[in-house]
Design a binder for this molecule. Structure first.
Ligand code: PGA
Length: 250
């Protein structure tokens, strides 16, 4: 299926002063991994992260960006600013930003288009709440999130977008989706992509699972045909755990 990518999402953890040494640790620990390894860090940690990853296989990503090029947006960070620093990836539409920062399917679409225009690789997050899962509307909801995120994006660009399926009830809760539950939705996402673009190119998209992925469940989850890696929160904060997840890709 798609290219395997394991990305850490540090969230609001780790200090700028800890970042250089920690990323160096990640570089050492993930040597020989058979997947792309990415650390997505808070804005203030990006500079030391990039410095530490320089010349290595580890890529650095941000956790958000603004969809406008520049202007009067106090506290915001643009795609050009990220590119200028050497950032390569950016997480868009994480459920925490949807919940706490008014991120919507519309802003996710605008941000995804801006990231692509500026040469950043977007990691677009989708996922359902426990209530939505119990109401039996998971796949309908995810299909809408995907269709809105990809609106107006041509096939050639769309393939660069990484999709992260993150059931909200599994994030930071220790409750992982079973590999069958995760595969069902990731396979469903691939079908939506096939509908939007083409049958033939859908297998080329990278679809990650995220939500309490850890060394003990990573291999099982990533052995599923439609799961091409992971977006890792808690377990990305300990280099040995993060590395073990990257090594679970076979
Ligand atoms: P978690 O977070 O691994 O701590 O559940 C995943 C994420 O939010 O990306």
């Amino acid at each position: 299926m798609g290219k395997y990518i394991v990305a850490g999402n540090w969230k609001m953890n780790k200090l700028p002063s800890e970042t250089y040494n920690y990323v160096k640790e990640v570089v050492e620990a993930t040597k020989g991994s058979k997947c792309e390894v990415v650390c997505c860090t808070p804005f203030v940690c990006l500079a030391p992260a990039i410095e530490a990853a320089k010349g290595s296989h580890v890529k650095i990503g941000a956790e958000n960006l603004h969809f406008e090029d520049k202007g009067a947006f106090t506290g915001e960070v643009s795609a050009d600013m990220l590119r200028d620093m050497g950032v390569e990836y950016v997480i868009i539409g994480h459920s925490e930003r949807r919940q706490y920062n008014n991120e919507t399917d519309e802003t996710v679409n605008l941000k995804t288009k801006k990231a692509l225009e500026k040469g950043l690789i977007p990691i677009v997050c989708v996922g359902e709440t426990l209530e939505q899962r119990e109401a039996g509307i998971t796949m309908d909801l995810i299909a809408i999130q995907i269709k809105k995120a990809f609106a107006g994006i041509p096939a050639a660009d769309a393939k660069k977008v990484i999709i992260a399926y993150e059931p909200i009830w599994a994030i930071g809760t220790g409750k992982t989706a079973t590999s069958d539950q995760a595969e069902e939705v990731c396979g469903g996402i691939r079908k939506v992509i096939a509908e939007l673009y083409c049958e033939k190119c859908a297998p080329e998209f990278t679809i990650q699972y995220g939500g309490s992925m850890k060394p003990s469940n990573a291999a099982e989850l990533m052995s599923k045909p439609d799961i091409d890696g992971g977006l890792i929160g808690g377990a990305s904060l300990v280099a040995a755990d993060f590395a073990a997840i990257t090594k679970a890709v076979e």
